[in-house]
Design a protein around this ligand. Structure first.
Ligand code: DLL
Length: 434
């Protein structure tokens, strides 16, 4: 097996790729117009019909889709195929009530797994490898996506899911895993545990890791590479566009190649929506041109990024995106879970607390800490310490139900959280992720 999964696509000339994208876009717009009344209405409101979209040069005419649209249209409003043709859903972690649910036909799954196979091949994966997948399985796309890609490449696949670190390490050692796929923070934790268990980096057979789903720095990359004795590669994706594998890093490790035969990427000004020229920093927008069941056109990711078409030493011609440099909304990713301050606020109000709170996030020993200080009102404050502890435990449990992860909750005395005269500061994120 060579160094590309699909050389014809990955190294295609710009002109041929544009032609392929033009054809696929025109077809996709028609498919959406015919089958998704929600988006058709948006197009009509903008005065655009499929006849106006003749090539990717006309992409800017189409309306955007946002996470709010996905919630509005939940669960079936953006579905473009009959349910009888859909075989799977996946979902984002931890959004209140209405999660983002994405649908897949068998063909969508094949294409998604193909993208992940490209990522695995790009880090040197072949049928001779043992690929340990310790992203979460289930609704989260990480486990299922890389699992499928690993099967396609023909690696011996270890569907470990996340957690149970000592068992992970035992399998890694006993079966001689050569590739590991998980979040960068979990990779760092595995490295630390290996060290604590008395192993040296050269004791394992790992050669490469495929890490993504959350921001991570070059410093963290070096730390992981050292502790596991591997080369650490980045991978990007989001549930709305299928999951991991929208973009993947190659041996050059200077940005992630976007699978442009499936996704058209644009960079826009997050405030005005204007398309920005190549090399500008702005919000990343994706149009899925091959997805059948859940084909999102001009989906605003909220990830801030730069695209570049500079020639890559690996030979791939696919456009490259830099590591996401932040978000244009207030979403945080804590221990791999997407968390919005508004979710926390709604739990507090529902439980009878004031919306005076402060979220503090940090990273200690490569694990995210997550603390929420919540102000009590005068009545609540008169309670005994035991009562307060009980209330804190109740709040933790209510938060866990909505967010999917456990914060530490600290009830604090009335008026002790600083009031703001401008925009309230609700979040202090001390992690240095960019
Ligand atoms: O995190 C899909 C995924 C799984 C990607 C496994 C890579 C590996 P969501 O839970 O929908 O999907 O979260 C998507 O996570 O908009 C980014 O803000 C962030 N993100 C994903 N990959 C990276 C990365 C999965 N490599 C959101 N670097 C995206 C930084 C990332 N942020």
């Amino acid at each position: 097996m060579g160094k590309y999964w699909n050389e014809q696509i990955e190294c295609m000339s710009r002109e041929d790729m544009k032609k392929l994208q033009d054809e696929r876009l025109v077809k996709q717009v028609k498919h959406v117009w015919d089958n998704v009344p929600y988006y058709r209405k948006k197009m009509e409101e903008k005065g655009v019909t499929p006849d106006d979209i003749k090539s990717t040069d006309d992409l800017y005419k189409l309306p955007f889709l946002t996470k709010a649209d996905l919630r509005d249209a939940y669960p079936y409003g953006l579905l473009a195929k009959p349910l009888s043709e859909c075989v799977r859903i996946q979902s984002t972690s931890g959004t209140t009530g209405k999660r983002v649910v994405a649908f897949y036909t068998q063909n969508d799954i094949d294409l998604w797994e193909d993208c992940c196979a490209r990522a695995i091949t790009a880090v040197g994966g072949t049928e001779d490898d043992v690929c340990q997948v310790c992203y979460g399985y289930g609704l989260f796309t990480g486990g299922p996506g890389l699992n499928g890609g690993s099967h396609k490449v023909g690696c011996l696949t270890l569907p470990m899911s996340s957690g149970n670190t000592e068992r992970q390490i035992q399998f890694m050692m006993d079966l001689g895993s050569t590739i590991i796929c998980c979040t960068p923070s979990y990779a760092a934790y595995i490295g630390e545990t290996l060290h604590e268990m008395g192993y040296k980096p050269e004791d394992n057979k790992l050669k490469a890791g495929i890490f993504g789903a959350e921001p991570w720095t070059e410093e963290m990359r070096r730390e992981i590479e050292k502790s596991l004795g591997i080369k650490a590669y980045d991978i990007y994706g989001l549930t709305e566009t299928s999951g991991p594998g929208v973009a993947f890093e190659c041996e050059a490790q200077t940005g992630m190649h976007i699978n442009e035969d499936n996704f058209i990427a644009e960079i826009i000004d997050p405030d005005t929506g204007e398309v920005l020229p190549e090399g500008s920093k702005g919000e990343l927008v994706f149009t899925s041109i091959t997805k059948e069941a859940f084909p999102l056109l001009r989906y605003r990711t909220r990830d801030i990024c730069v695209l570049t078409r500079e020639k890559c030493s690996c030979g791939r011609t696919l456009v490259k995106m830099c590591k996401p440099m932040g978000r244009s909304d207030d979403m945080m990713i804590i221990r791999g879970v997407n968390v919005f301050p508004s979710q926390i606020e709604s739990v507090l109000i529902e439980q009878g607390y004031s919306p005076n709170y402060l979220i503090e996030v940090d990273r200690v020993n490569n694990t995210d800490t997550f603390d929420i200080s919540v102000e009590m009102n005068a009545d609540q404050f008169s309670d005994t310490v035991k009562d307060i502890q009980k209330k804190e435990a109740e709040l933790v449990s209510a938060m866990k139900t909505v967010l999917g992860i456990n914060p530490k909750v600290h009830l604090v005395s009335p008026k002790s959280i600083a009031r703001s005269e401008g925009k309230a500061v609700r979040v202090i994120d001390k992690r240095k992720l960019i």
